[in-house]
Design a protein around this ligand. Structure first.
Ligand code: AMP
Length: 122
């Protein structure tokens, strides 16, 4: 997937538009989703230009991948989500309806999140 430098998360990373930040380090920036789907809904984005999970997993070096996932773990812990549990999700491509073409993890928590995914009709 080609990377579009004008995607909204690239603009947030460059400080061109604001975000409701919860955490940042050298590997990641985390901020509240603008349209939350759970009591806690935070997005974790790597600083580099990766359009989706597939690009990140393939192209990022090992230190970047490890640092990013450790940052996501820190975010969940600092949000106080560990004791009750939480869900992490990443959308890739059309079938998953990925809206923003910069890799991100969704962290959902703060309530019983229900079933993981709606079952297909049988
Ligand atoms: P996805 O479908 O996985 O690409 O999800 C993109 C997410 O980004 C959605 O949950 C949107 O609500 C969220 N989003 C879009 N623009 C912003 C923004 N400016 N600040 C925070 N979250 C945003």
């Amino acid at each position: 997937m080609a990377y579009d430098e004008q995607n909204v998360f690239a603009k947030i990373l460059r400080g061109e538009i604001p975000c409701n930040k919860v955490y940042e380090d050298e590997f990641a920036l985390a901020f509240h989703d603008i349209n939350p789907m759970a009591p806690v809904h935070v997005l974790v984005v790597p600083r580099g230009a990766y359009a989706s999970f597939a690009d990140f997993a393939r192209d990022a070096d090992d230190e970047t991948v490890a640092g990013f996932f450790r940052a996501a773990n820190t975010v969940a812990r600092e949000l106080g989500l560990d004791p009750d549990g939480y869900r992490i999700l990443a959308n890739h491509g059309v079938a998953a309806r990925q809206e923003v073409q910069h890799f991100h993890l969704h962290i959902f928590g703060g309530s019983d999140l229900g079933a993981m995914i709606r079952r297909a009709a049988s």
